[in-house]
Design a protein around this ligand. Structure first.
Ligand code: SAM
Ligand code: SF4
Length: 340
């Protein structure tokens, strides 16, 4: 469907003057893993009847692209477990061909990459974020509960073979993988990949206590500086990570620090769930329903108006806090719903 010229605005701008040019789309809240910081082991997933079809997701993305979104990240849950997912990538790749989109990418746990890496590359995907919190198979099992380390290593190899650029993401977890940060960095840099470290965010109820998992990246950074020379660099990938160059390895290391350093002032993104709910901030409850206007008409104008109204109330930032007095999650949604 073509978007009428009237919808094509000069871009999406929020009340704080931030241009929204980046859309993350969670195509499913389901996953083949059960990472301890992300989900409880017995998750209740959204009823399948509430999900947007892949065609509807494609149509919504097209409206965002027409309104000035230049980068799309497909995420989840685990995006590659959604049935027929490659048809969505194939469809979205048309925006790369027209030049309307600068980048189509995804965040994945890597388990399905042996099957899909080449097809993703063929759709114009140039880089992928693969989550990897440990290099120890037993520990990997303890963190992901259902994951298999060998599958992810095979996925990594398949991605490399397909010519995809790789960024590894690791959530820094107190008492779990804090002794492996340097090893993860060496592993990534030896393969020519960046490594980005993430602080655990208080999203959704999990089985454990988050204060037990939270490891401030300011502490990790200070520890690394005892062993390595970290040089701040202006490199950006469009996300919230701040990067350093590690002199000893020559590689890049990113820090995503929602807790110790709030990065909301430069936020350029919004997040769409698989049910068509648009969250203007990962850390706030306010949301806009885009499914109703999408289904109400084959005309895209009502959806476009709903997007404008949503962006007009994008909040200034989140209020994440993890300490012993605030044990409840900042928002009830799990990361797998809104998409990491
Ligand atoms: N399943 C895919 C994966 O794991 O890469 C994509 C979705 S996952 C929700 C996206 C990212 O969010 C992963 O890197 C994961 O480690 C991270 N994540 C999940 N829950 C988190 C939390 N509570 N705090 C910080 N990061 C989290
Ligand atoms: Fe699944 Fe990703 Fe959440 Fe782990 S972090 S449970 S792989 S969605």
């Amino acid at each position: 469907m073509t978007v009428p010229a009237a919808i094509r605005a000069s871009g999406l701008m929020d009340p704080f003057g931030r241009h929204v040019s980046y859309l993350r789309v969670s195509v499913t809240d389901r996953c083949d893993f059960r990472c301890v910081y992300c989900m409880s082991e017995h998750m209740t997933f959204l009823p399948k009847k509430d999900l947007l079809s892949l065609e509807e997701l494609d149509r919504l993305c097209a409206v965002f692209v027409a309104k000035g979104v230049r980068r799309l990240r497909i995420t989840g849950g685990e995006p590659l477990v959604r049935k027929g997912i490659m048809t969505l990538f194939e469809g979205l790749s048309r925006h790369l061909k027209t030049g309307a989109l600068d980048e189509l990418t995804l965040t994945t746990n890597g388990s399905q990459l042996p099957k899909y890496a080449q097809a993703l590359r063929d759709c114009g995907v140039e880089r992928v974020n693969i989550s990897l919190d440990t290099l120890k198979p037993d520990r990997f099992k303890a963190i992901t509960r259902w994951g298999d380390f060998g599958d992810v290593m095979a996925g990594l190899e398949a991605a490399e073979k397909a010519g995809l650029k790789i960024k590894l993401n690791a959530v820094a977890l107190k008492g779990v993988n804090e002794d492996e940060i340097a090893d993860l960095m060496h592993f990534a840099h030896a393969r020519g990949a960046d490594l980005t470290l993430i602080e655990t965010m208080p999203l959704g109820d999990i089985d454990g206590d988050r204060t037990d998992q939270y490891l401030p990246l300011s502490v990790v950074r200070a520890r690394l500086m005892d062993q390595f020379t970290l040089e701040d660099i202006p490199y950006r990938t469009g996300g919230p990570a701040r990067y350093v160059r590690v002199a000893e390895t020559g590689g890049r290391l990113g820090f995503i620090t929602p807790l110790t350093h709030n990065f909301c002032e430069s936020c350029n993104r919004v997040r769409l769930t698989c049910t068509g709910t648009l969250y203007m901030c990962l850390g706030q409850e306010d949301a806009a329903d885009l499914r109703a206007p999408l289904r109400a008409s084959s005309d895209d104008a009502p959806v476009a108006r709903a997007i404008d109204a949503a962006i007009a109330r994008k909040p200034k930032g989140h209020d994440f806090i993890i300490d012993r007095t605030s044990r409840k999650p900042a928002v009830g949604r799990h990361m797998s719903v809104t998409g990491g």
